[in-house]
Design a protein around this ligand. Structure first.
Ligand code: FES
Length: 697
């Protein structure tokens, strides 16, 4: 039991928790350490394992998200299988978030230790085994990001195939002359093309599309359709998706009715060629097609693009008047300096409210722009020679089809979604897939280049190995119970299960361990190793092994939450020292798609007054649709509760994103409030000893 300096011990009675742990069944040794993760204390843990012949180890300290691998590695060094380890998070979920109630924080810490001890008793050593890795890469998309990633891989010595659907490499960058900072984009594109053409490890396929990808991380086979040529086949171990994005084609502000209403990109192309004709009075309108209800995101590059074009106009045509109608200027980072320069050069910035958008009308040769100046509270009218629209960056038209072909998730805006915003920003949740560039979301060219190099580096960490270890926390089929109903084949977000002979087979190299198949399997023939039904339910049941002290009703809330989003949010609530009721106890799952109706009912049977399931925002699940399945299972549990005469509002589904720490605290408050309003669960009363009622039930 870790003090974590004063982080835990400043609130929780750490020695008391260790003393309590010694009383738990199966515990051979318990001690409290100042910093369990320090080198000295890692040695202490190893010594304890040897001295007491321990075959399970539980560390009660900080978040498993950050420290589990360290402790597992330590145990491996002393000969214990790493899956015989369990953590109780008594810092982020106790001392930091219940600092104002040390007694409750200590009681909760004891509960969390008890549940970990309980689960640890069912842990099994798991095997991982090596499979060979095809040490070459596939990059889909031949824009600057794709070219950069492909060249980076080739220069690290890995053969790479670069697939571009257009006739030429370059993508969106082919339309750009220079960046805001004056960097020559065409020189970059030419340089990349020349280096790729000259590199003996690079095969470039233009006019080509992916027909089919099969296989799993380290061992993919991709069939390509190449215009005018025979189909090609590529063997590779990793895939980088860099399929780019497109400029929104506006349907507002008289575009495309007038040749003098253009987009920033169209204007940029002319200015880059030295043509500033018709720029005597230019009115630019920002946020066209984004930051709306339907497309709420910011396109991030348009403000810089507008400032860049405005400065270029001033350079080519110093007498020109340039007016930028904006909602917020977001020339973020060091680009801010160019905004300042534009103001110094006489470019006028006029703010408008989203509810009072500018009006554009074409009258013969003239274009009339009306806007309500938010600062002056006065309408302004411009008789403009040119109107320039800062059109949004939109996902490619076929992004959804490509995502479905590759079985990769898109975010709510339709861009490809990384595995984790902060922890795995260059990876997809699907193993062996990485992403870069505009396909991931709007960003300036230098960020795309940096991201492409990062994605190549991530892919290289995989390709550098001759073989990789697979297995461990993966789905396993019990062939005796498999009815070959194909549910797992349909449910798996990544298409891993196959029917072979008369049984479902799940390739451990492809399985991500999300548990969606296990939750869906009607015959319960599938279990996820390390997260079996038995382990989950045992842990949940142990939360309420101990009677609540005192006669007063103290609500008990059980939460099943996903590692990727809500657990991260709960950790963040700790870092932010948000305070919320100490009544909640958490069971961590990789994805809420693992939740089964029987886990939820078991939580009630174990004595929970309310139960919550919380995962990523809808559309943001790192396993595509795991949280949609959880929504259905919560709805099903509500129905069962209702039929049993129990209030269905005792269970609820929440969607709490990784950065939404207040959302997590609010969700807990809500379920504690419901538990208080509804009183003890009727199922809990039965559990407390109403034998007759239990028998009737
Ligand atoms: Fe969070 Fe699926 S990963 S709900």
């Amino acid at each position: 039991v870790c003090h974590c300096g004063i982080n835990i011990a400043g609130v929780v009675d750490v020695a008391g928790v260790a003393e309590y742990a010694r009383t738990l069944p199966g515990v051979a040794h318990a001690e409290n350490l100042m910093f369990a993760c320090s080198t000295d204390n890692q040695d202490t843990i190893q010594q304890a394992v040897k001295e007491h012949h321990l075959n399970r180890v539980i560390v009660a300290s900080c978040s498993p998200r950050t420290h589990e691998p360290l402790f597992q590695e330590n145990l491996q060094q002393v000969g214990l299988n790493k899956y015989l380890f369990e953590m109780a998070n008594i810092r982020d979920q106790c001392s930091w978030v219940h600092a104002d109630d040390p007694e409750a924080a200590t009681a909760k810490s004891k509960d969390l230790v008890r549940m970990s001890v309980s689960r640890a008793q069912l842990l099994k050593p798991l095997e991982q085994f090596p499979v060979p890795v095809k040490q070459s890469g596939l990059v889909i998309g031949g824009g600057v990001s794709g070219m950069t990633a492909a060249l980076s891989l080739a220069e690290q010595g890995f053969p790479v195939a670069l697939v571009e659907r257009g006739e030429n490499l370059g993508g969106m960058a082919n339309r750009l002359g220079y960046t805001l900072e004056g960097f020559d984009v065409q020189a970059l594109v030419s340089d990349l093309k020349a280096k790729l053409e000259a590199h003996d490890k690079v095969r470039v396929f233009t006019d080509a599309v992916v027909k089919k990808i099969s296989g799993v991380i380290g061992n993919f086979t991709t069939d390509l359709l190449v215009a005018g040529q025979a189909p090609a086949r590529v063997e590779h171990g990793a895939i980088i998706v860099a399929t780019g994005a497109r400029e929104y084609t506006p349907t507002e502000y008289a575009y495309p009715d007038s040749a003098d209403v253009v987009t920033q990109l169209e204007l940029h192309e002319k200015l880059a060629a030295g043509d500033a004709a018709g720029t005597d009075l230019v009115v630019m309108i920002q946020c066209v097609g984004c930051r709306t209800e339907e497309h709420p995101y910011c396109s991030r590059i348009c403000c810089s693009q507008a400032v860049g074009n405005a400065l270029k106009i001033k350079e080519l045509n110093p007498a020109a008047e340039v007016v930028v109608l904006y909602r917020d200027v977001r020339t973020y980072g060091t680009k801010e300096i160019y905004y300042k320069r534009a103001r110094e050069a006489g470019v006028r910035f006029i703010r408008f409210e989203p509810e009072a958008e500018p009006k554009v009308s074409v009258e013969g040769e003239k274009i009339r722009v009306e806007v309500l100046d938010q600062g002056l509270h006065l309408p302004l009218v411009f008789e403009s020679t040119k109107v320039v629209l800062s059109a949004a960056v939109r996902p490619q038209e076929d992004a959804r089809a490509v995502a479905s072909q590759l079985k990769l998730p898109l975010d709510a805006d339709g861009f490809f979604m990384e595995a984790h915003l902060k922890l795995r920003p260059l990876d997809f949740a699907s193993a062996g897939y990485f992403l870069a560039g505009l396909a991931h979301g709007p960003k300036p060219i230098e960020e795309s280049v940096a991201q492409a190099k990062g994605a190549a580096a991530r892919a290289a960490t995989l390709l550098a190995k001759k073989e990789m270890m697979v297995g461990g926390e993966v789905a396993v089929v019990d062939r005796r119970n498999c009815a070959v109903c194909l549910t797992c084949v349909r449910a798996c977000p990544f298409g891993v299960p196959r029917i072979e002979g008369s049984v479902a087979k799940i390739d451990p190299a492809g399985c991500r361990g999300c548990g969606v198949c296990a939750g869906a399997c009607p015959g319960k023939a599938i279990q996820v190793a390390h997260h079996t039904d038995e382990q989950i339910m045992h842990k949940a049941a142990a939360l309420f092994d101990e009677p609540t002290p005192g006669d007063d009703y103290e609500p008990r809330v059980m939460a099943f939450i996903c590692t990727y989003c809500t657990y991260t949010a709960a950790d963040m609530a700790g870092s932010m020292r948000l305070q919320y009721p100490a009544n909640v106890r958490v069971v961590k799952l990789l994805c809420t798609g693992r939740v089964d109706t029987k886990h939820l009912l078991a939580a009630f049977e174990a004595g929970a007054d309310t139960v919550m399931v919380s995962g990523c925002e809808l559309g943001d699940c790192h396993f595509l649709d795991g949280n949609y399945r959880a929504v259905k299972r919560v709805a099903e549990t509500k129905r069962i509760l209702e039929e049993a005469g129990v209030e269905p509002e005792r269970i609820e589904m929440f969607h709490v994103g990784a950065s939404d720490a207040p959302g997590w605290a609010d969700a807990v408050r809500e379920m504690v409030r419901r538990a208080k309003d509804l009183g003890p669960s009727p199922l809990r009363k039965r559990e407390a000893g109403d034998e007759a009622e239990a028998a009737t039930a």
